[in-house]
Design a protein around this ligand. Structure first.
Ligand SMILES: [Zn+2]
Ligand SMILES: [Zn+2]
Length: 297
């Protein structure tokens, strides 16, 4: 029975995973993996690799963004002809006065807009300010709905993926092993200290997902998040307290095989939680569908 199940997952993996990732897949030589240094059961990565590939690096971060801001406002906001008597969620002035709370009439530029996806209202100037600070998207200040495509400031690195036959605690299938590799560099625009160095502390880092249909879907979402530079950022590490280092960016990964420090399996809620965290970053299944459509064109 176990063998049957295992064979079934290998079949599913072959058909599902290849379909979604064939554009980005590059097959590498399989090898047995040993983890140097950090020995111990929580870092055990068993088995022979079945498949390995590297997810390509994201495109470089563009430097000029003013036209992107105009386009964001045009696409994701609509003029509100009868502003409600509510405080603006950004400046807290009434939506029936300008954003400096003066008693002057609202001009067109000082007008009120509705966000197209969620329908919440704010001053146009306040929406512009948000678009300028986030650059690629406007998060609704009321409900956080992402309007546009959220992109982060993760530095260039390597995301490697491979699969092994061994099953994670709580799963009856093989395992996806993701390895993230980074080096140090100089911080750029959008980082906490532009021009200053940053370090890649405690890399490579590994993360595990079950090699079943759900796990492969999450892997594809993580690949989208990687392409948008959302998985890591630069800042102060919560665990080590070190400053100017590459840190996780609110998409939790299971970095332990078994649950020794709260970062491993079994954890029945994990796949739901990480799906939700990806969604908060604006990465959803709709992104996978649009990728498939693009690759078919
Ligand atoms: Zn406002
Ligand atoms: Zn909203």
């Amino acid at each position: 029975m176990l063998k049957l199940l295992n064979d079934f997952w290998w079949f599913v993996k072959g058909s599902v995973q290849k379909k979604g990732t064939q554009n980005t897949m590059r097959t590498l030589r399989s090898k047995t993996y040993c983890v140097p240094g950090r020995a111990g059961p929580s870092f055990r990565v068993p088995g022979e690799s079945q498949q390995e590939w590297v997810v390509p690096n994201p495109p470089p971060v563009p430097q000029t963004l003013s036209s992107a801001v105009e386009q964001l406002l045009e696409t994701y906001t609509r003029a509100h002809s009868t502003p409600p008597d509510e405080p603006c969620p950004i400046c807290m002035c009434s939506l029936q006065c300008p954003s400096d709370c003066s008693s002057q009439e609202l001009t067109e530029d000082e007008g009120v807009v509705k966000m197209t996806k969620c329908g919440h209202s704010l001053h146009k100037l306040c929406a512009r300010m948000m678009a300028e600070s986030k650059q690629y998207f406007i998060p609704c200040p009321m409900c956080k709905t992402v309007h546009g495509v959220r992109r982060g400031n993760q530095p260039d690195g390597i995301m490697e993926v491979r699969t092994v036959n061994d099953n994670l605690p709580g799963f009856d299938c093989g395992t996806i092993v993701i390895t993230y590799r980074f080096g140090g560099g100089i911080q750029g625009q959008g980082h906490p200290n532009p021009g200053h160095p940053y370090r890649a502390h405690a890399f490579p880092r590994r993360a595990f997902l079950p090699d079943n249909e759900r796990g492969n879907k999450i892997l594809q979402l993580l690949e989208v998040a990687w392409q948008r530079r959302l998985i890591f950022t630069i800042g102060t590490s919560v665990t080590s307290g070190l400053e100017n280092v590459i840190t996780w960016n609110e998409i939790h990964h299971k970095t332990e095989w078994e649950d020794f420090h709260g970062h491993g399996y079994p954890d029945p809620a994990y796949l739901d939680n990480v799906t939700m965290e990806l969604e908060l970053q604006g990465v959803t299944e709709a992104d996978l569908e649009s990728n498939v459509n693009q690759s078919q064109e």
